[in-house]
Design a protein around this ligand. Structure first.
Ligand code: ADE
Length: 251
């Protein structure tokens, strides 16, 4: 691919922990509360940063990556909760589109539930080329010995990967009722997290191609708080590092 500068974002320190060392990235300074790191890989510059949790943090981070660092493409990675029966803990979900599940102007000014006024879209499509690369990367990650060991007994079956809709909102989903509600409202939703659709909106506005690759840490139900923390401790760092390495290696 032709991009000279690519942004890589993870929301949490646990997801970010191994990335800079893996690529030998050096600090390129801070903008506001966030530090940015750069590395040269295969003739490209990669800019890494940890957005912290939530849609506003993610949108602010993505905006800085585009406007201050001039990235021409972006990958967001980290963990997510599974929605529906396909993806399980340890699986990887690649977004083909992203929905902000907590935006609701239904019945006001003629909008539909989930519709984003500025873009006039409910589901923001990820870039097809980067998404194809992310799928190929995910296929490798779920067979990777280091990843499979890190996931260990947290995954109840061999990890696999899926591609579908990811929903994002400023809420940690940890009840079967909320999970079922999202499943009923958003066709094809596979996973929920708190940043992807915000990065998607910034990238769509700025015409920057992007992909989102998530590793399932929990099932967004009553066990989610416990499962999420266990996964963060045990597998989030290795999972994100494996995902980014496989992705960058295919660009
Ligand atoms: N990220 C990981 N698990 C999540 C969940 N259950 N809800 C929202 N974001 C998440």
């Amino acid at each position: 691919m032709n991009f000279k500068k690519i942004g890589i974002v993870a929301a949490m320190p646990e997801e970010f922990a191994l990335l800079t060392a893996r690529f030998g990235a050096k600090s390129a300074g801070s903008v506001g509360p966030r530090e940015f790191f750069t590395a040269s890989v295969g003739g490209r510059e990669i800019v890494f940063t940890c957005s912290r949790i939530g849609k506003v943090a993610a949108a602010s981070t993505a905006t800085t990556l585009v406007q201050s660092f001039g990235v021409e493409a972006m990958l967001l990675t980290g963990v997510a909760g599974a929605i529906g029966s396909q993806a399980r803990v340890g699986d990887v979900v690649i977004a083909d589109s992203l929905v902000q599940h907590d935006i609701d102007l239904k019945g006001v000014l003629g909008y539909q539930r989930f519709q984003i006024p500025l873009l006039d879209l409910s589901a923001i499509p990820a870039d097809p080329n980067l998404t194809r690369i992310a799928r190929e990367a995910a296929a490798s990650v779920v067979r990777d010995g280091e990843y499979v060991r890190a996931v260990g007994e947290l995954a109840l079956r061999e990890p696999s990967f899926y591609c579908g809709t990811i929903a994002s909102g400023d809420r940690f989903i940890n009840s079967a009722q909320e999970r079922e509600e999202l499943l009923g409202l958003i066709p094809g939703v596979l996973a929920v997290e708190m940043e992807g659709a915000a990065v998607a909106q910034v990238c769509a506005e700025q015409r920057v191609p992007f992909a989102v690759a998530r590793i399932i840490s929990d099932s967004a139900d009553h066990g989610a708080n416990f499962d999420f923390l266990a996964f963060l401790r045990q597998a989030a760092s290795v999972g994100s590092e494996r995902m980014v390495s496989e992705f960058v290696g295919r660009l």
